[in-house]
Design a binder for this molecule. Sequence first.
Ligand code: J2J
Length: 541
Amino acid sequence: AHARLPLAQTWPAARVARYRAAGYWRGETLPGLLRARAEAHPDDLAVIGGEVRLTYAQLWQYAGRIGAGLLARGLRPGDRVVVQLGNTADFIAVVFGLFRAGLIPVYALPAHRFTEVSHVLDKAQANAYIASAQYEGFDYRTLARELQAARPALQHVLISGDGEEFTSVASLDGDTATLPPDPDPQSVAFLQLSGGSTGLSKLIPRTHDDYLYSVRASNEICAINRSTVYMVALPAAHNFPMSSPGFLGALYAGARVVLSAGPGPDVAFPLIAREQVTCVGLVPPLALLWAQAAPTSAHDLSSLKVMQVGGAKLVPEAARRVVDGLGCQLQQVFGMAEGLVNYTRLHDAEDIVLGTQGRPISPDDEVLVLDDHGHPVAPGEVGHLLTRGPYTIGAYHNDPGANARSFTEDGFYRTGDRVQQLPGGYLVVQGRAGDHINRAGEKISAEEIEDHLLAHSAVFDAAVVSIPDPYLGERSCAFVIAQGEAPTAAQLKAWVRGRGVAAFKVPDQVVFVPAFGTTAVGKISRRELRAQLRDHHLQQT
Ligand code: J2J
């Protein structure tokens, strides 16, 4: 077996010392936080998912059984485990089981398929995979079989639900005395996935200390307390519903987490009424859908106090419709799995809440807004956002190429976002410099999809761009130069889907062109080419 790359926190020693001295990093750990809540309020409800209701004591015990059961099956602390679970109570029990056993979750989205999951398994050097039996009409046991056949390093597969030939999560058991002591608070707790503008997802190593600082500070900003009922409506593996303030914020506060099996009003509204949900985070298209459905809904939504909206830009007119339709407090959230999270504050003036994406969590979040040459822009001008701080990583795991592109020498993360900074530090997102499509909060790398298209023998060249979309915010459009017998748009979409990628990555639109414009291709960058194609297309339509 080849040596596994160590997981390391990515802050230089001087900043580590500073963040500890400032009280941001307090030596808390994820297993430690759940233990403390289970001891303080054992009988309070912690998690509600479908028909499953777990108190803090029950969640703690179930997580212990899962963790000890995994160790009994031969996993070792430090092993990395790809987790692909739907929004069920098992999601939370499994990740805390992993934390208790010193195992490292690597979060895949339910939408991911063979291509993405196998990439993540390889990059993380994972030896285990835990998935739902079925979720949203897809059978992950089939995927598990394909992964096992293709990846000998994948030694352990566990299934939440009916495992068929695989071990089920519910059947795991072991002696909790075999669980290791709590981890070093500055060690890496899990690997989160990046949105990724070039190629496949990068792995983001987050530590107990840094992540829990962002969660604790988010709780304060979002007024999360023991009487909060937080709904996870987006996929639980997304950084937003996990930590901003997310289910971890709710558990940190000793509050209640309600997992919704789907993000639409049909599934979420009855749950809000039944469980008296007070807070939820959504992407803009869903927030608009909820705002449209709420006034005529038969369900009582009056318990809902705060709706967070983030993941993609909420334009002011849409923000106004959300406020009018739902009649609750709107909070804009502009965050990223790499770290930096901005919030509008609950008592901000209306023009700030409707017109900005908030300001950073921490006084020690350093924000730079730079022009194309790396010089600070004049105050209020649009520029590239770079950031570093007490919960923003300084490097991806196992990816020197991406690190050279994405981080400056002094440790600033190049977010790829173009922003304007207003007085008070409020940021207005003005688009992206990078080549990804933000499709309703799901990030799609243009390059990744171009590679799949180019693998088709009838595709001579392809360029994938984002097109403004009234509902999704952005949709993907593939410009294709065909060769030989021209395929149809439907055939190319089916081809991309057949490559084993998440459905949201299949181009929404395919436009066949004889050539890529008049500028000599090869002399301009792919980025300029994509921009030209997009602009030309938008002028014509
Ligand atoms: C415009 N663009 C936004 C916003 C994210 C909280 C909230 C969201 C995420 C997230 C997150 C945006 N307006 N309000 O991790 O903790 C775009 C930016 C950003 C990228 C990050 C969280 N909120 N974005 O969306 O890692 O382009 O995190 O750089 O998935 O989403 O994507 P992701």
